[in-house]
Design a protein around this ligand. Structure first.
Ligand SMILES: *Cc1c(COP(=O)(O)O)cnc(C)c1O
Length: 453
C-alpha cells in the first residue's frame, strides 16, 4: 500500500463516514480508546472524527499519519478558556509536529510558536504564521539563526546561557536591531519529589542556573543590543502532575521580584510546555485545570498584571493523531510471536528511542481470539519495534492504528534504510486533506553525487 494520489491533495469527503447514523450511545460496539474521544470504534470499525481509518489507509496508503483537526483545536481550547480575558500568548512548540497544515491550524486559532531552529522559523512563515508571535528557544542558536530571527522580527529570544547572551548582543548590534530577550531559568525543582522531570534540574544542559539568574539579568541590562522582556522555564516533558509547575512558578516569581528590585523590569512570564498526555493509563491534569491553578497562584502573589506565555507541544497534538500501518506477516514462534508491519522505527522513533509505550488498536475488530505478540517493523535493527507483548486479533492486510502518535511522531521520522517518510492526512468531521505527500525514494538521494572521474 504505497500509493499516493496527487489528485487527493484537495480535500475530499470520506465515503464510509458516520454522521448522525450511529452514535456512541446507541452502537453496541461503540468504544473510545485511551487518549481521545475523537478516535473510537463504531460498529466494530475504528474512526477518527467521522472518517473510517481503514478507508483512509486504503485511499492514501500506509504507513500513514492521520490527525484530527477537531481534537487539536479542542486541546488548545483548554488553554484558551483558562487564559481568556488576560494578556497572554500560547506559543505552540512546533517541534512536536511541524506539518504546515498543523501550524496553519494553530496560527488561525490565534497561537504563536515556540521554535528551536532557523528551519522552524521558515516553516512558521511558510504556514502564514507571524514572526512577531514567535519565541526562539534552544541552547545552541548559531549567529546565522540569530540574524535570521532578528530580521524576521521574532517576539523574543529565550536565551539559555551567559555566553549566548554576549553573542546575541553582538549579532543584534551588527544587524542594527534590538533583540528582545527572556532568560530560560533552570529552576532546579526538587528531584526527590518530582524525579520524572528531566530538563529542570541542576546538572542538566538546559537554561541558566537559578543561582546565576540575577547576575545574568543585570549583565543583560548593560548589553547594547538587548532588551529584557521576560523570564521563562521549561522543566520537562510528559509531566502528569501540577506540583512541579507550581514549584517552578514560585521560584520564577521570586526571581522576578529580585531582578525588578535591582532596577530591571521583567514584563512577561513564560511557563514553558511539558504537560503530559494519556498513552495508556496516565491521568495528567486537564490543561484548563493546570493553567487555572497557575494563574490563581500568580494572582495571589500580586503578579496578575503580567503577560503570560505557555509553550505547549505534546498536549496540543499528541492525542489528536494516529499512525496507520498494514500488517505484512505474522511470524509465530516458540518464545515470541511477531507481527511484522510496514511502519518502522524510522516512522515512529519513540519506542526505539525512549522505550515508550504506544497504544495500538486494530482498525476493524475481528471475532478471533487475540494473540500475544510483538509488533515490529522491517528495519534491520533489533531495536525496531513499535509495541511489545500486545494482544491483537489481526491478519495480514489488516490495518493497525498506533495511538497518541500526533506528537514527536512524524517530526522525528528519518529515512533510515532509505525508507520514504510517511504521508500525512488531516481530517475534520468527514473531510480529509492530504497534508503531506508520501516521499518518493528517488527524492531521498537527489542531493547526492557520484564521484566525477
Ligand atoms: C519541547 C519544548 C516545549 C514543548 O514541550 P512538550 O512536552 O511537547 O509540551 C516547550 N518549550 C521548549 C523550550 C521546548 O524545548
Amino acid at each position: 500500500m504505497w500509493t499516493t494520489r496527487a489528485t487527493e491533495l484537495a480535500s475530499s469527503r470520506c465515503k464510509r463516514s458516520f454522521g448522525r447514523r450511529a452514535s456512541l450511545f446507541t452502537d453496541p460496539y461503540a468504544m473510545t480508546l485511551p487518549g481521545s474521544p475523537h478516535i473510537a470504534y463504531r460498529d466494530r470499525e475504528l474512526f477518527i472524527d467521522a472518517c473510517s481509518l481503514r478507508e483512509l489507509a486504503a485511499r492514501f496508503g500506509t504507513p500513514l499519519y492521520v490527525y484530527s483537526r477537531t481534537a487539536m483545536l479542542e486541546a488548545l481550547s483548554g488553554y484558551q478558556r483558562a487564559l481568556a480575558g488576560r494578556d497572554h500568548l500560547i506559543c505552540y512548540a512546533m517541534k512536536a509536529n511541524s506539518n504546515l497544515a498543523v501550524l496553519q491550524t494553530f496560527a488561525e486559532a490565534g497561537c504563536g510558536f515556540d521554535i528551536v531552529s532557523g528551519g522552524e522559523l521558515e516553516r512558521v512563515l511558510a504556514a502564514g504564521g507571524d514572526a512577531a508571535r514567535v519565541v526562539f528557544s534552544g541552547l545552541g542558536k548559531t549567529r546565522a539563526e540569530m540574524q535570521q530571527a532578528l530580521l524576521a522580527g521574532v517576539m523574543c529570544f529565550n536565551v539559555e546561557s551567559e555566553a549566548e547572551l554576549e553573542v546575541l548582543s553582538q549579532v543584534a548590534v551588527q544587524t542594527g536591531k534590538t533583540a528582545r530577550i527572556s532568560l530560560r531559568v533552570n529552576p532546579d525543582v526538587d528531584a526527590k519529589t518530582h524525579p520524572y522531570i528531566s530538563t529542570g534540574l541542576k546538572g542538566n544542559k538546559f537554561g541558566v542556573a537559578h543561582e546565576r539568574a540575577v547576575a545574568t539579568y543585570l549583565r543583560a541590562a548593560t548589553l547594547p543590543g538587548l532588551q529584557v522582556v521576560g523570564i521563562d522555564c521549561h522543566i520537562g516533558s510528559q509531566i502528569t502532575e501540577a506540583d512541579p509547575y507550581l514549584d517552578a512558578l514560585d521560584r520564577l516569581l521570586e526571581l522576578i521580584e529580585t531582578v525588578e528590585a535591582r532596577g530591571v523590569p521583567v514584563p512577561h512570564l513564560d511557563l514553558g510546555g511539558g504537560l503530559g498526555i494519556t498513552y495508556t493509563d496516565e491521568v495528567p491534569p486537564a490543561a484548563e485545570v493546570l493553567v487555572s491553578a497557575l494563574l490563581a497562584r500568580i494572582d495571589a502573589r500580586g503578579h496578575g498584571h503580567r503577560k503570560i506565555l505557555f509553550e505547549p507541544g505534546r498536549s496540543l497534538v499528541g492525542n489528536a493523531g494516529v499512525l496507520l500501518t498494514e500488517v505484512l506477516y505474522l511470524k509465530p514462534g516458540d518464545t515470541k510471536n511477531f507481527c511484522v508491519v510496514d511502519a518502522a522505527m524510522n516512522d515512529l522513533m519513540r519506542p526505539a528511542m525512549y522505550g515508550a509505550y504506544m497504544g495500538m488498536a486494530a482498525c476493524r475488530l475481528r471475532d478471533d481470539e487475540p494473540t500475544l505478540m510483538d509488533v515490529v517493523g522491517p528495519v534491520c535493527e533489533s531495536g525496531d519495534w513499535l509495541g511489545r507483548d500486545r494482544r491483537l486479533a489481526v491478519l495480514p492486510g489488516d490495518v493497525i492504528a498506533v495511538l497518541s502518535a500526533g506528537a514527536y511522531g512524524m517530526s522525528m521520522a528519518s529515512n533510515y534504510n532509505t525508507r520514504p517518510r510517511a504521508a500525512e492526512v488531516m481530517v475534520s468531521g468527514d473531510q480529509a486533506w492530504l497534508i503531506r505527500e508520501r516521499e518518493q525514494p528517488a527524492a531521498l538521494f537527489a542531493n547526492e553525487r557520484l564521484l566525477a572521474r
